[in-house]
Structures are given as structure tokens and as C-alpha cells.
Design a protein around this ligand. Structure first.
Ligand code: TXA
Ligand code: MG
Length: 351
């Protein structure tokens, strides 16, 4: 066990002395969890193989799952990537933001960071603390979400502490993250370009910029699909899962509540403690041990922001089974449904 230092940092005006202390740890090969606009990341020097190995160990992450490299200056993209498309500015002008771009990796990026692939995932996060930390460190920062592998991503420093206290050197606490789901991952090395993970940057908006953009089939899959060579190794691992068993009920709004109550009654009768992950429109309809709402079905950004925190809350309340409502797949709802389906292990009931 190490001693994990936890520092509160001002999210708008990060204190220079705290950023300096964190950057020193990064430069010396240590691990610092820091806020981004999406979720908290677990950072290490992306060009230091040993430091990056430390990320895998702390998270218990499978070694073949590559890590996103975070930069603070768009020009750093050219140090990390090769064969950069000429029209890359159309995408990088969306930075800083919740968009990760996959390109062919340069020699500078160690295989620990790419998970042994010939590509690298790069993003410039839109958070003052993250940007200050990268700048002060003077190196690009490799950072997966700062949770134990398989657990819901952390949207507060408290979530990071729950998973990684004693396993990492420092946590920078700048309060809850603004978006709440991870970045959208777009692969520019495939033809046509494809989204490998829906996230904080909506597909509809990106499609307006990249006309032939498509969603990889796994993004919208509602059952386990066998992918011969997954373009994103993360696709094949279980994800975002609370400790409780999660069942997702999808389909017509009119039929959702009845089906969910039927399932609640069945599990309650078996003596299990049951939670419902609901929306504001339906939450008054359920009789269960715990009912929580993601917010209005008309507000996908709100649902995205609350998702991971609520999944963790169900675990704290020692729920055995969570029955979750499916939500519309538009805007950030696509990311929310993608996470819920994976969290359920594709245990999906259609109505
Ligand atoms: O919002 C985010 O993206 C957060 C914050 C911290 O920036 N990071 C994050 O990282 O969610 P992580 O490691 O939890 O998820 C990264 C995903 C994984 O599914 C991984 O397999 C995929 O991106 N990925 C990374 N590099 C890749 C590459 N070269 N090719 C294909 N997929 C890649
Ligand atoms: Mg993750």
C-alpha cells in the first residue's frame, strides 16, 4: 500500500503549487488521478513504459487494452502520430473537448501505451486542471478512467478514492465532472472512419463534420457480438458494472413500467433487495427497495452526468438486483444506453 495524497484544487484557477507537486510525481514516473470534463483519469507519463505499466497494475487492467494519451497543445499530435490526414483541423478544432482521435502511432509512443497496436488514441481534455497538469509535466499524459477495471467510471474524486486509495500517489479533487460519460472515440485509420465508443461528443454533431462517419456495430449492439479482431480491445472486456446484477428493460415507453414492476416483484419475492434505475417521467410508478432517477428522458445530458454515480450508489445501498429503464438513443443517450447494455452484460429484456 502506498499513501495516496488527496489535494483539493480550484477547478477554474488551479493553484500553481498543487499542480507543481502533481507534475513532479508524473515526471518521476508516478500515478496521479485528475479531473477532466468527462470522468476522472488516472495519469502517468505516456512516454515512460514503466510508468504506464503502473497504470495497468493499479487498475488491474488487462495489458492489451490501450490507453488514451492526453495533450495540452494541438501541435503535440504530430509528435505522437504519423500519417496525419490533411483535414485533421476539422476535428482538432473541436479540442479541447470530449473527443478522442485514433491515428497511426509514431515511434515515440511505447507499446505499453498502445497496448501493442500500431495506432494511438489522442485527446485534449477541456478542463483547466487537466490542461495545467499536462503543461506543467512537460510530457503527454496517458490516462484511462480512474476506476478499477470493470467498475463504473469515476465522476468524483470520492469514486476514485473508493477504487484506488492506497494504489496510486495522488488524487487531484476539483469536484464532480461536467459531462459524466467518457469521450467519444473516433478511429480515423479505418475507411470509412468509425466511432468505436460513443461518448461526450454526440454522434449526430460529428456526422455533420465527417460525412461518411459510421458507428462500429458494437456501439449499438444489444447482444454480445463476436468480433474477430476488435478494433478497440476495450470492446471485449466487461465494463461499467456495479456489483449488483443489472437487467436492462428496453422498448415502448407505455410498456416499460409494467415490465419493470413485474421483474421487481419477482426478485423481491425471492428475498432479494431490488433497485430501479428510473427516469423522472416514470419514477412515481415503482414500488421497490430503492428507486433512483437519471432525470428527464428529454434531457440526455443530465442522464449522462448522473449515470455512473447512481450505479455506485446502488452498490452502497447493498442492492442485489438493479432493473434499469432503457432511454432514447439520441444525443448523449447513445452513450448512456451503450454503458447500460455493457453494465448488464447484455442481460436485456425487450418489451
Ligand atoms: O473521457 C475519456 O476518454 C476518459 C478521460 C480520462 O479522458 N478516458 C477513458 O479512457 O475513458 P479508458 O482507457 O477508460 O477508455 C479508452 C478506450 C478503451 O475502450 C480503449 O480500448 C480505447 O479507448 N482505445 C485506446 N486506444 C486505442 C487504440 N489505439 N485503438 C483502439 N481503441 C483504443
Ligand atoms: Mg474506462
Amino acid at each position: 500500500m502506498k499513501r495516496t495524497i488527496i489535494l483539493k484544487v480550484n477547478s477554474e484557477r488551479p493553484e500553481a503549487d498543487k499542480i507543481k507537486a502533481a507534475a513532479k510525481i508524473i515526471r518521476e514516473g508516478g500515478l496521479v488521478a485528475f479531473p477532466t470534463e468527462t470522468v476522472y483519469g488516472l495519469g502517468a507519463d505516456a512516454l515512460n513504459p514503466e510508468a504506464v505499466r503502473g497504470i495497468y497494475a493499479a487498475k488491474r487492467r488487462p495489458l492489451d487494452n490501450p490507453i488514451i494519451v492526453h495533450i495540452s497543445d494541438k501541435r503535440d499530435l504530430y509528435k505522437l502520430a504519423r500519417e496525419v490526414p490533411e483535414n485533421i483541423d476539422e476535428l482538432t478544432r473541436l479540442w479541447p473537448g470530449p473527443l478522442t482521435i485514433i491515428l497511426k502511432a509514431s515511434e515515440a509512443v511505447p507499446r505499453e501505451t498502445t497496448g501493442g497496436l500500431d495506432t494511438v488514441a489522442i485527446r485534449m481534455p477541456n478542463h483547466k486542471v487537466a490542461l495545467a497538469l499536462i503543461r506543467e509535466s512537460g510530457v503527454p499524459i496517458a490516462a484511462p478512467s480512474a476506476n478499477l477495471a470493470g467498475r463504473p467510471s469515476p465522476t468524483t474524486a470520492e469514486h476514485v478514492k473508493q477504487d484506488l486509495n492506497g494504489r496510486i500517489d495522488m488524487i487531484l479533487d476539483a469536484g464532480p465532472t461536467r459531462i459524466g460519460v467518457e469521450s467519444t472515440v473516433v478511429d480515423l485509420t479505418s475507411k470509412p472512419p468509425q466511432i468505436l465508443r460513443p461518448g461526450g461528443f454526440p454522434f449526430e454533431d460529428l456526422k455533420r463534420i465527417i460525412k461518411d462517419l459510421r458507428l462500429h456495430p458494437s456501439v449499438t449492439a444489444d447482444r454480445k457480438v463476436y468480433i474477430e479482431r476488435p478494433p478497440s480491445p476495450g470492446m471485449k472486456h466487461r465494463h461499467y458494472a456495479p456489483k449488483a446484477k443489472l437487467i436492462l428493460v428496453e422498448g415502448r415507453m407505455e410498456a416499460l413500467a409494467d415490465k419493470i414492476q413485474e421483474l421487481v416483484d419477482k426478485y423481491s419475492c425471492e428475498g432479494r433487495r431490488v433497485g430501479v434505475l428510473s427516469t423522472d417521467e416514470n419514477k412515481h410508478l415503482y414500488r421497490a427497495d430503492v428507486v433512483k432517477s437519471l432525470g428527464s428522458r428529454k434531457d440526455p445530458a443530465c442522464m449522462a452526468k448522473k449515470l455512473f454515480g447512481l450505479l455506485r450508489e446502488f452498490d452502497e445501498e447493498k442492492v442485489d438486483v438493479i432493473i434499469a429503464e432503457g432511454v432514447p438513443m439520441r444525443h448523449l443517450g447513445l452513450a448512456v444506453m451503450n454503458r447500460l447494455r455493457k453494465a448488464s452484460g447484455f442481460n436485456i429484456v425487450k418489451v
